[in-house]
Design a protein around this ligand. Sequence first.
Ligand code: RFL
Ligand code: PHB
Length: 392
Amino acid sequence: MSDSSTQVVIIGGGPSGLLLSQLLHVRGINSVVLERKTKDYVLSRIRAGVLERGLLSLMREAGVSERMESEGLAHDGTLISYGDQMFRVDFKEHTGNSVMVYGQTEVTRDLYEAREKTGGKIEFNVEDVEIHNAKTDAPFVTHTQAGISHRINCDFVAGCDGFHGVSRKTIPQDLRKEYEKVYPFGWLGILSATPPVSHELIYANSERGFALCSMRNKNLSRYYIQCDLSDRPENWSDDAFWTELKRRLPADVAAKMVTGPSIEKSIAPLRSFVCEPMRWGRLFLCGDAAHIVPPTGAKGLNTAASDVNYLYNGLRKFYETGDTSGIDNYSAVALSRVWKAERFSWWFSSLMHRYPKQSDFDFKMQVAELEFLRSNQAAQQAMAENYVGLPY
Ligand code: RFL
Ligand code: PHB
């Protein structure tokens, strides 16, 4: 068994773990990141595309914002359609802020590059990760890599290992409460090397189900349609996808859609999930390890980043002054913002999708709420404030 030490062991080399590791590095705090997969595998996952200003400022603080500032697309608003109607919610006018379209893959790539340049320790292909003594002042993490056992002694453990990771399950079952809602549909998404149909995102509520027109850059589009949970990507030819997408959009938008072969096609289920608390002794959960939102509203990655912000500042305060208030309050402060992101994502999902047993009355309620949002400035402001991201 090899033995080593660091200040913080970070489990998971996704965006939460990498961002935390880079931010701690900037403040002279050492960490080791343990990632179950390879770097190429992590970078092949196509996920979020819209970044809130809080994540942008964390990337600046971490010294990894250069490419995002030059290649990212600032969006001052979004379009919402229902039937043949379409209206715009102006983020800039209502909040003074905008969001940035820049893919999670690019964020992760920039973070890996920065960690490599600054000598960050990231172990890939690790197996059998276990957290020990989390309730003491001397926790340690064991894992195996290429058949060799390792032990890392540390001050703190950050569980950034996503929904299926080991960190959350380390908290004894009788001490954690999990809240969950599973939605009766999924999103079928494609990536295509075609110019986006609109320079702002379009969220569409249609009788045939939800659709979303998004993008990664001026020549790379990301489109989604609501699908059945039993659907498989291989059952959807590119032609069938484009035909169905166009049927869910206003006619003038569908008419100008540029189609092409898909580069990626996948289905994601939709889930709301929160684990309380987000701390057990010296173990702290961050991001998808502690909570999941349905993607309507693009809050997954952004909520992960707000956790990282609270944990990073708590650890920094502890190492710089010995003050434990930031880490002591971590779970309560992080959860207070998490629940607001959960509410927004649940509300926006409920407003925009077709539900299997939806009655005519339920449908009318959606339309009435969309009409209200279209015509009421206060409602648009509330939506804009949530979309650009509530303050940390
Ligand atoms: P991640 O990205 O899941 O990273 C966790 C990392 O931990 C590793 N891991 C382990 N490592 C060591 N030992 C173990 N036992 C481990 N178990 C797991 C994993 O390999 C992985 O590298 O979590 P993180 O960092 O908290 O980041 C969260 C975001 O990735 C997530 O919130 C968003 O991507 C959610 N999400 C989306 N969010 C949006 O805002 N917009 C989207 O369009 C969007 N699309 C998506 C998504 C999530 C998806 N998932 C999870 C299935 C689409 C999909 C398909
Ligand atoms: C995306 O571009 O992948 C995306 C954008 C907005 C969302 C969800 C996903 O609400």
